[in-house]
Write a protein that binds this ligand. Structure first.
Ligand code: ATP
Length: 359
């Protein structure tokens, strides 16, 4: 747990961080967000004492950071930044191992940890451990930067716009990875960004700053549903507020039972079904989804004619966001998407109506 109590930083008589009181629970991913110059990075850097406080207190697990030696503190706190700062003449392995070596871990421990971390970030250890930073893509280097920050298993991870310089696709996939890594490691993370979509995707809590002050703190849903004032509303982005709300909810929250039949069921029973529902998922005898029927077939050859095949790429999964599901519906021109489990089996459906109408 990280507690900031009345934290202030003054430069040239101006409070660039102004009486910020914030508590970040254990295992939370708290995103600090706000316009340029609102004091996010300064707040972050005060947590690991890269910048001294002008007044106030910061505690980690109840311990005042002022009472801990700065070097010791920084070993307990991982720090990942946009420009990564990998050492260019060191291999990936050497870069990740910086803090474990300082902590005098044995070579075998270090080796094992490097493998574990590369694995966590889906980088093949045998391929990547001996590479140098210039041999990595931006996204790979960024992964190594975050892996390095996690190397000595710190209690807390601070991240300052870590994906800011990446192209949108790499950024998207690293955000997904970060979400998974956060779930798997349960680390307490404070993450600075000025990108609201990134915040909504990653945060368990969002803290919005303006001119050094904390304007609102809440879950993504709280911020979207009840913005504290016009500044927050504008910052969140009024025009696509609805889509942002959908981005915070998963398909699982709107899952409905899916009417289905097997291809080799008697035609009569497939037809009868249309008395109770206006659509039906047709499954192969092995249970794989073949497509969607939206009207009763009149004869055996009609089954294929009225079947709308839906490829695997239009299957939804329970953890997919409603925004993504809606996008698939628009793209595929369909009112329903099948929701499948890891084996590709139909577990339910999500309909356009369920997405639009709030439960
Ligand atoms: N060393 C310094 N001396 C004087 N003013 C500073 C110093 N460092 C930061 N500032 C000022 O403090 C304010 C907050 O800066 P900070 O970097 O925390 O903002 P930020 O919200 O992280 O911005 P950005 O999104 O642009 O990175 C800015 O107005 C900045 O000019």
């Amino acid at each position: 747990m990280i507690e900031l109590d009345q934290v202030t930083k003054t430069y040239d008589g101006k409070n660039v961080v102004d009486s910020v009181t914030l508590s970040v629970g254990k295992g939370d991913l708290c995103v600090l967000i706000g316009p340029s110059g609102s004091g996010k990075s300064t707040t972050l850097k005060m947590i690991n004492r890269l910048i001294p406080l002008s007044s106030g207190t910061i505690r980690i697990e109840g311990q005042d950071i002022a009472s801990v030696r700065a070097e010791e503190l920084r070993r307990r706190i991982g720090y990942a930044i946009q420009s990564i700062g990998l050492f260019p003449h060191w291999t990936v392995e050497q870069n990740i191992a910086v803090v474990p070596r300082l902590l005098k871990w044995s070579s075998s421990q270090v080796r094992q940890r490097v493998e574990e971390l590369l694995d966590l970030f889906h980088l093949d250890a045998s391929e990547f451990r001996h590479k140098y930073p210039h041999q990595l893509s931006g996204g790979q280097a960024q992964r190594v930067g975050v892996a390095r920050a996690l190397a000595a298993d710190p209690e807390v991870l601070l991240m300052d716009e870590p994906f800011g310089a990446l192209d949108p696709i790499t950024r998207d996939s690293l955000q997904e990875e970060m979400r998974r890594v956060h779930e798997e490691t349960g680390k307490t993370i404070v993450f600075v960004t000025h990108d609201m979509d990134e915040a909504l995707k990653l945060a368990s809590r969002i803290a919005i700053m303006d001119e050094g002050r904390l304007v609102q703190v809440g879950t993504p849903r709280e911020i979207l549903n009840t913005p504290a004032n016009d500044f927050v509303l504008n910052f969140v982005g009024q025009s696509d507020l609805g889509l942002k709300m959908l981005a915070c909810e998963s398909v699982e929250t709107r899952l409905e039972p899916a009417p289905s039949a097997l291809r080799n069921d008697p035609l009569e029973s497939i037809r009868n079904h249309f008395g109770t529902s206006d659509h039906l998922w047709l499954l192969s005898p092995e249970g794989q989804i073949e497509g969607l029927l939206t009207e009763a077939p009149t004869g055996d050859d009609d089954l294929d004619r009225s079947l709308r095949p839906l490829g695997r790429e239009s299957h939804a999964t329970p953890d997919m966001s409603l925004k993504e599901a809606l996008s698939h519906m628009v793209w595929r021109k369909t009112d329903w998407l099948p929701v499948v489990d890891a084996e590709g089996r139909l577990t339910g459906e999500v309909g356009l109506n369920n997405v639009v109408e709030r439960p």
